[in-house]
Design a binder for this molecule. Sequence first.
Ligand SMILES: NC(=O)c1ccc[n+]([C@@H]2O[C@H](COP(=O)([O-])OP(=O)(O)OC[C@H]3O[C@@H](n4cnc5c(N)ncnc54)[C@H](O)[C@@H]3O)[C@@H](O)[C@H]2O)c1
Length: 355
Amino acid sequence: MNASAGLVSDAKIKTAILGYGRSGSTLHADPLEGLPDQFAVTAICDIDPQAQAKARARFPCPVYSDYHEMLAAQDLDLVVIVTRSDQHCAMTCDCLRGGAHVLVTKPWAVAAGEAERMIATAAATGRQLLPWLPARWGCDLIRLKELVASGIIGEIFMVRRREFNFGLRSDWQTRKQFGGGYLLNWGPHIVDQAMQLVGGRVISAYGQLRQIINPGDVEDVFHAVLITQTGVILSCEYAIAVNKLPNWVIQGNRGTIFVKETAIEIHRTDLPETIDPQDYRTKVQITESREELTGGHRITMDNRYGDPFVVYPAIAQALRGAAPYPVTTDSALALSRVLDAIRLSNATNQVVPLS
Ligand SMILES: NC(=O)c1ccc[n+]([C@@H]2O[C@H](COP(=O)([O-])OP(=O)(O)OC[C@H]3O[C@@H](n4cnc5c(N)ncnc54)[C@H](O)[C@@H]3O)[C@@H](O)[C@H]2O)c1
């Protein structure tokens, strides 16, 4: 590591995985192992003996049960934090103070106050804090941004983003004390994507949370309505339901875009310049087109939430100072504030303004 600038100059970025569970051992271990020119996994930490055994079988590096011990023993460039959501803030601050840059999975914080603490710690230590929001690399979001920017459906006034699932869950994600609940679990994917598509600040939030089928004490359904500074309405919903409705509906003044899994339907029209006074409304020609998600993005359902093999090279570039990390801490903090506002709105049954 180039200590003065905090940048990594070594050939391989010496990386630790903190939390070798479902996500740590796949979404993160796979690209870290699969991009050997850029990364070397030099330490892993998990408190669970089974996870430790799996890590030892795969990586020839020390495996720890205590991350403080790991930080003391290892010269690490990067720690990737993939533990339970309630653990992220304290672990991130400890790792930054221990001298490493930190990539922290979503949700990086259970509330905006934690996000602010991590940002302050990164500033004080001169280390990089990289929020993992892979849905920003989602193949649907990337294509929709291109379509919206092309003006094909005119000015956008409403974006609906939905995901449905009828599965039961019974792990820590069903418990408030562990940072569970689907607003924190899915908000960083679908609320963030809707915000990213239109850009601009969210000025108010209304939200409802419900616990429908999961055990535990947190929501498994949320529906939020957000208003942006330019007046665009964002409707974001994660629900217990069969998966038949479109995942996205983008409404503009010249057309509508539907996304159903990996298929995009574009319906567009040109309104007449004048309206026939005999007619009670104008009749317009609707042009329809349909495409499968393409354009260089690997087409799989999973890549709707970002391809880790694309995200990790961006992380390497940021740590080497070659290019800024595309997910700024300010934008991740803005998302945390919106998620807090949705939760507060549910508790008070009021629209919550955001400054
Ligand atoms: N698409 C995505 O980006 C995505 C997908 C799934 C999960 N996640 C996020 O990843 C995080 C982990 O989720 P998961 O489903 O992998 O959970 P998990 O329970 O499978 O994994 C968490 C791991 O952390 C370990 N752990 C707990 N306390 C520890 C400690 N003190 N020190 C070291 N290790 C410790 C556990 O033993 C476990 O192996 C969550 O925040 C979740 O939101 C992100």
